[in-house]
Design a protein around this ligand. Structure first.
Ligand SMILES: [Fe+2]
Length: 298
């Protein structure tokens, strides 16, 4: 039996885990142990700090409820979710529209509406139209593709926050027409703060970050034989466009509301965005993120 020091304990831990049957679990757990040990050595972690870390993670777990996933929020503000999305995009068989965070406000079962419908129940701001085409990577239209959209109101709250869990608003599902076009009416959503009343918010405040997300419209798009696309469109003139707390913004997803003679609803200012779906690899779901209500139910 040899004396273990801060280096040899890493080898011992890896040796004990060497019999792991699932090769992917072995790869992930081995790397986690190597990086965690290296992290502790790099910062010369003290027992008090170790305990503080344990307390912090415990508080993150305790802040989770059926409609709140504090661990996803922590992953988001640390940039881990954005890294996972970027890796996912790189693994696609071909280039499609870039993905972005699903976020915690996606809900299954939003109403399917005719093209051109207004998704906001009682709009109190300028109506705008969002339109474009859904195609494959080569630009061939995908008729019948389902686009699900959800957003905050002009006041910055989602329906779950403004109306409670029993009502749906500021969301809708649309089917692309025979030529792949989609269009609907809405109002410009307002950017908002991530939930700052939990341990993740405490961390963000200590880091002197504002906690804001720029104005955006979430989109989840599916078509037979294609990778499900989870993404969002970001309004380029938002003051937080360059400093999103959860790193969801990519230049290719930034849009502008314009006077547009090509708009399918004349008289309304419009956002034009065409989505491209990549072909699906066998056994691939493509979903980046999860419905938090489903995770808590398990
Ligand atoms: Fe959002």
């Amino acid at each position: 039996m040899r004396d273990l020091d801060e280096f040899t304990v890493t080898d011992e831990a890896l040796a004990q885990m060497a019999g792991t049957e699932n090769p992917r679990l072995k790869q992930i757990a081995d790397a986690a142990v190597r990086h965690l040990h290296a992290f502790a050595r790099e910062v010369d972690l003290t027992p008090e700090e170790w305990l503080q870390g344990i307390s912090f993670l415990t508080a993150v777990g305790q802040a989770c409820t059926p409609i709140r996933q504090e661990f996803i929020l922590l992953s988001d503000v640390l940039g881990l979710s954005a890294v996972v999305n970027a890796l996912h995009d790189k693994k696609a068989k071909e280039l499609g529209t870039q993905s972005s965070l699903l976020g915690p406000f996606f809900r299954e079962g939003a109403p399917e509406l005719p093209l051109g419908s207004q998704i906001v129940d009682k709009p109190t701001a300028e109506e705008i139209v969002i339109y474009g085409r859904i195609t494959d990577n080569a630009g061939t239209p995908l008729p019948g593709a389902l686009i699900q959209v959800w957003q905050t109101s002009e006041r910055g709250g989602y329906d779950l926050q403004e109306r409670g869990p029993d009502e749906m608003d500021m969301r809708g599902n649309f089917r692309a027409a025979a030529d792949g076009t989609y269009y609907f009416r809405t109002v410009r959503p307002l950017g908002y703060s991530i939930p700052m009343d939990g341990p993740t918010g405490d961390l963000v405040r200590k880091q002197k970050r504002h906690g804001m997300r720029p104005s955006h419209m979430h989109c989840l798009i599916g078509a037979e034989g294609h990778r499900e696309l989870v993404t969002a469109l970001y309004f380029g003139d938002d003051p937080y466009i360059g400093s999103d707390t959860v790193f969801g913004v990519s230049q290719s997803l930034v849009v502008e509301i314009k006077d547009d003679p090509a708009s399918p609803i004349p008289g309304l200012r419009a956002v034009h965005y065409d989505f491209r779906l990549a072909r699906q690899a066998p056994g691939e779901s493509g979903r980046v993120g999860a419905d938090p209500t489903k995770m808590a139910a398990q």
